[in-house]
Design a binder for this molecule. Sequence first.
Ligand SMILES: [Fe+2]
Ligand SMILES: [Fe+2]
Length: 184
Amino acid sequence: MPIPLGWEVTHDFTTPLGLLSDCHRRVERFLDVLARVAAAAREGVAHAEYRSALQGALDYFQQAAPRHTQDEEESLFPRLRAKASRDDRAARAVEIIARLEGDHRRAEIAHAQVEAIGRAWLASGEVAREVLDRFTMLAHELRALFATHIPIEDQELFPLAAKVLDAGEIAALGREMAARRGLS
Ligand SMILES: [Fe+2]
Ligand SMILES: [Fe+2]
């Protein structure tokens, strides 16, 4: 069962809004991996064949994805909130942000369950049918959540941010995102 784990990065920390969208492509890819691993297990594919794909997806959502949420909630959203009282586009962005933060909390709850089930599954090499049913449901729930969340960010919020934030603020956003990953 070939599960591609590669991706194409097209932006860097000097274009942080583009970099945030690049992260979305990874989120989509690893959510797809979770769903495909679950489908393979249901079809009776041997654990060894999807083990590394499962581990890669769990590692991504445990280690890298939380930094993406921090990029948004701690670096991007506050800069838009700060301008909401004097810029109508920023005020519109703040309305969108309220919904996005709710999505983040729902996703965290589902990801915590995926993590618990997935790690136990990796450790034992097996998963009970009802637990696999739960994992499958969570993977589909997360895909549905991000299927609406990501387009709102890519197509509405980030374009608004590109208009509202000045070059200095965009540069500061990129520096904070780099620092979050231990880069200067
Ligand atoms: Fe995002
Ligand atoms: Fe988000």
